[in-house]
Design a protein around this ligand. Structure first.
Ligand code: GCV
Length: 727
């Protein structure tokens, strides 16, 4: 082999290390096009940082790494010169202090980015009241350049609207993830603290770059071991890695821990020995982790222990733990996802019935953490009726990033559209304009505290989230938690530009595809307000016929109520009356004839031949929606095919393959659903729409013994008998 060939070969070997596989997320910092480099190079000549805190150092190194990559020339630390980026706080940096900047309203986490003159040099200043604010400002300045926004004449002051912006990991201590579809947990507890995987730092950078300031590390269906001193020691090591990035650690706590860990006879919150146990446990955690965030608690839900086991209220349960945390500034996120198979009330009403009477009874350091809707992260749900109904209580919004019910890894569904739908939802609690955003940012009722929580979609996969486009949900969650007024469109543009390319032909075609994708999944899975129609256990694929699960409210038939007359759950006053849990204008809309089609079957049982707003019968309209969903996935595939020139091979191919799976599965959802519902409607397919190719029995027999994300990997309650693949 000639020396030239050998060198070329070695070069080739080196390439995979920099191949695009999604690992770098939106922090890619690949060299920009020459014109952009020429534009921005004079605006980032050196990083000037006085002071030496861990957070300031990570801000400095992020800027150095970012600019050196983007601008294609080394940018290092230096002194004040034209184009310098000067970072710091007035307390830590005499240069910043000397500028007398208006930082008064920025709080602890806000930042100011200002183009100014320092010692006769044109510079950009990134200033804040804390080093964390400086870090957030540094990421914002990088984003400004990554998305080719103006970076001169800047005067950008920015403060987060929501104070606590958290991811909840549903990671089990054995490395599996409940409803996780991106491989195993990234937390390798067995090796922590002796080996701290560099991925923890990359994850921290990504979280900080979008303002996420807390993570709970374990499944809300909690393993008590997480509270043991062995695991708290491990957690302390993780907290040390995350702290410079402004991220606090939280733990999902098992309510019965006083019994299992403390060897007490009871976990009754009214028992003084239980209160004393929590206090001792919490004091011990704070000795190891002085900035520990607090606990997330899933109590009396899906088999988890809770205060009701002792005839105590949810508030009594939350408060005993909150009291232990309060002296340390810790928080309890007490989940409202509570429902019982023993309660014959419509499941959609149960959390409201249980929590609303407790308004004003929770301690100030408790959040009632409420899912976006009253059932469970469905493709579409009306907002949870608790929003606006508990004015004296801190309410946190919980959304799910991992897409348990939205096609999991392989369906491209851009979730910020769904998040916006709930944030913008008008509860009418205090008249028009009482949006969920105003409930959770505290402004509607004058609360100081505010929180938004996302169930994480992060796993060990190289691309972190299983699919390239699922990264946008992580990114978008953080951006919206920081500022719920951002549009889903603007977030998609930012993310695409940073993650793939800012080429207008790419962005202008891919943004509409992402925006449309949420309605597309609603159409082919659960149109017109249908919900909870998925298969048992793993929730992968359709199962509208399932009726024999132990708990009635786990069965899809409980929700679709298909019968000879029609389809849908009557939640009007003549039915379960769930509508009355909403403010009067909303209740009236949902129980009347003007109900928007998208919520129809959620709230009303509708005759198969009911005439819809479109003029179609309900049956025809249903079929039209399923088919529109499939056609739209076809359009998404075409759009993506045309994007090939703009995207590297690996990420393009994976997305193209996943879209093909999505189309196949959309068809399956449609065919199986129609095959089931037509056994009730007995109506012919509308003209131009094909009958499902198989009979219902065929769809009922489809079986996935090892679909991922199961809460219980060994003893799942399968409905169907395993089918021998050779049959
Ligand atoms: C962690 C749904 C999911 C469960 C999850 C639960 C919850 O029921 O299917 O896996 O449990 O929500 O949010 O607690």
């Amino acid at each position: 082999m000639s020396r030239f060939l050998a060198a070329a070969f070695l070069l080739l070997l080196a390439i995979p290390a920099r191949a695009e596989d999604g690992y770098d997320l939106w922090l890619r910092y690949r060299p920009m096009e020459a014109a952009a480099q020429a534009r921005y190079r004079p605006l980032a000549t050196a990083i000037v940082s006085q002071g030496n805190s861990p957070s300031l150092n990570v801000a400095k190194s992020e800027l150095i790494q970012g600019f050196s990559g983007l601008l294609g020339k080394p940018v290092g630390a230096g002194g004040v010169m034209d184009g310098a980026v000067v970072i710091g706080t007035p307390a830590g940096s005499p240069l910043i202090a000397g500028l007398q900047l208006p930082l008064g309203k920025l709080g602890r986490e806000g930042y100011l980015i200002r183009s100014t003159v320092l010692s006769g040099h044109a510079v950009t200043v990134i200033a804040a009241n804390s080093d964390i604010g400086v870090l957030y400002g540094s990421f914002a300045f990088l984003r400004q350049i990554q998305t080719r926004q103006p970076a001169d004449h800047l005067d950008l002051a920015n403060v987060p609207r929501i104070k606590l912006r958290l991811l909840n990991h549903w990671d089990n201590l054995d490395g599996t993830i409940e409803r996780g579809y991106a491989g195993h947990s990234i937390f390798d507890w067995q090796k922590i603290p002796d080996y701290m995987d560099p991925r923890y730092t990359v994850m921290a950078r990504a979280n900080a770059s979008v303002g996420i300031n807390g993570i709970s590390v374990n499944n809300v269906s909690a393993d008590v071991w997480m509270l043991s001193s062995m695991y708290i020691d491990k957690l302390a090591a993780l907290a040390d890695v995350l702290r410079p990035y402004g991220i606090r650690v939280y733990v999902a706590a098992r309510f019965s821990a006083p019994i299992e860990l403390g060897k007490l006879k009871t976990a009754d919150p009214a028992d003084p020995t239980v209160a004393a146990w929590w206090k001792k446990e919490v004091d011990g955690i704070y000795r190891r982790i002085p900035d520990f965030g607090g606990f997330v608690v899933k109590a009396n839900s899906e088999g988890q222990p809770g205060p009701r086991d002792y005839d105590r209220t949810q508030a009594e349960g939350a408060n005993v733990i909150a009291d232990a945390l309060a002296p340390h500034g810790g928080i309890v996120f007490w989940r409202a996802f509570v429902y019982s198979e023993k309660d014959p009330t419509d499941r959609a009403k149960q959390a409201y019935n249980e929590f609303k009477p407790l308004d004003g009874k929770f301690r100030d350091n408790v959040f009632v953490q409420t899912k976006n809707g009253a059932i469970d992260f469905q493709p579409r749900e009306p907002a949870h009726p608790l929003f606006g109904a508990m004015p004296k209580t801190n309410l946190a919004l919980e959304v799910q990033l991992s897409k348990e019910y939205l096609g999991q890894t392989t369906h491209l569904v851009y979730l910020p559209v769904l998040f916006k739908e709930v944030l913008d939802w008008d509860t009418f609690a205090k008249g028009k304009g009482s949006t969920v955003t105003k409930v959770i940012d505290g402004s509607l009722e004058g609360h100081d505290q505010s929180a938004m929580v996302g169930v994480s979609n992060i796993g060990e996969d190289r691309n972190w989230t299983g699919a390239q486009f699922s990264q946008a949900d992580w990114y978008g969650f953080g951006r919206l938690a920081w500022n719920p007024d951002l549009s889903a469109d603007a977030i998609a543009r930012e993310w695409l530009g940073m993650t793939f390319t800012i080429h207008p032909a790419f962005v202008n075609q891919t943004v509409p595809m992402m925006i449309a994708s949420r309605e597309v999944v609603v159409d082919y899975m659960t149109p017109l307000g249908l919900h909870h129609q998925m298969a048992t256990g793993h929730h992968f694929g359709p199962g509208p016929w399932v009726s024999d699960l132990a708990r009635p409210e786990w069965n899809p038939v409980y929700y679709n109520r298909a019968d000879a007359k029609g389809l849908g759950f009557d939640r009007t006053p003549s039915g379960s009356d769930a509508t009355s849990q909403y403010a009067p204008p909303v209740a009236k809309l949902f129980s009347g004839a003007d109900i928007p089609d998208r919520y129809l079957l959620w709230f009303q049982h509708v005759a198969w031949d009911h005439k819809m707003k479109s003029g179609h019968t309900l049956w025809d309209e249903l079929v039209v929606h399923y088919d529109a969903g499939i056609a739209a996935v076809g359009e998404m595939r075409k759009t993506w095919a045309a994007m090939k020139p703009y995207v590297d091979g690996e990420r393009w191919s994976q997305t193209a393959a996943f879209l093909a799976i999505q189309q196949k599965e959309a068809q399956w959802w449609r065919d199986a659903s129609i095959a089931y519902f037509e056994t009730f409607s007995h109506m012919p397919m509308p003209a131009g729409h094909a009958s499902p190719p198989h009979d219902l029995a065929y769809y009922e027999a489809i079986y996935f013994p090892y679909a991922p994300g199961r809460p219980d990997y060994t003893a799942a309650p399968f409905r169907n008998k395993p089918k021998d693949p050779s049959e």
